[in-house]
Design a protein around this ligand. Sequence first.
Ligand code: ADP
Ligand code: MG
Length: 256
Amino acid sequence: MQGIAVDRLGKRFGATPVLRDVSLRVAAGEFLALVGPSGCGKSTLLRSIAGIEHPDSGRIQIGGRDVTGLRPSQRDVAMVFQSYALYPQLTVEENIAVPLAMRRLNAAQRLPLVGGWMPGARAARDSITRDVRQAASSLGLGALLGRRPGQLSGGQRQRVALARAIVRRPAAFLMDEPLSNLDASLRVQTRREIVAIHRAAGVATVYVTHDQSEALTMADRVAVMQAGEILQVASPAEIYADPQDLRVATFIGSPR
Ligand code: ADP
Ligand code: MG
């Protein structure tokens, strides 16, 4: 299938099982919120999909390809972290360009170099500049291209991280509590922007949060996780009104 298909992922840290045979489907164009209490395995699942954590068992497909053994750069995903993970010494424009420059570099390793001259280098540079400026302006960063992360507010840094995620047009967005460092008013505004970015890109998005209200307001479907297992996956209305069991009801705060 297009989108993301996770089949029976298992992962232990030492003797402790952190993912217990987790299966999950996220369609292309779908926004799935993964919620659950701290320590239940959300980040481990997301990082496994991204390829920066290695599960002990199970399979992962992205965009119709089995990516189980592939490196993060080969998986066609973009990950946004709570910490933003920007390069402090690079400008906004350069930070956003990093994924494109890396892709270009990977491709160049397979091309013959003619006396140090990379075929199509100028055209490639121009197209990177164009894509970077487009991503930046879609997030209202057009006037900040020359600044460095240290000269930006938290909200602006978060936008740079988002622009860097969309610039490559990946098949999947993976976001790990991307709003938790923002203050309350900015968080509500940025929620809407993240959903808009997701819709415009038409990708499969997995959005990790421990905030139930965030999940219920942003997502097409909500997956509730606890102690390494996914308890229920359903629409926000269904999760809220018809929780599968007491654990889901308690976490979501459903009326009883
Ligand atoms: P969440 O994102 O839901 O808070 P995590 O996926 O980060 O949960 O962690 C799940 C469990 O795995 C926690 O008990 C955590 O302490 C443990 N854990 C996560 N990463 C490691 C690691 N690298 N080594 C050992 N234990 C880990
Ligand atoms: Mg986490």
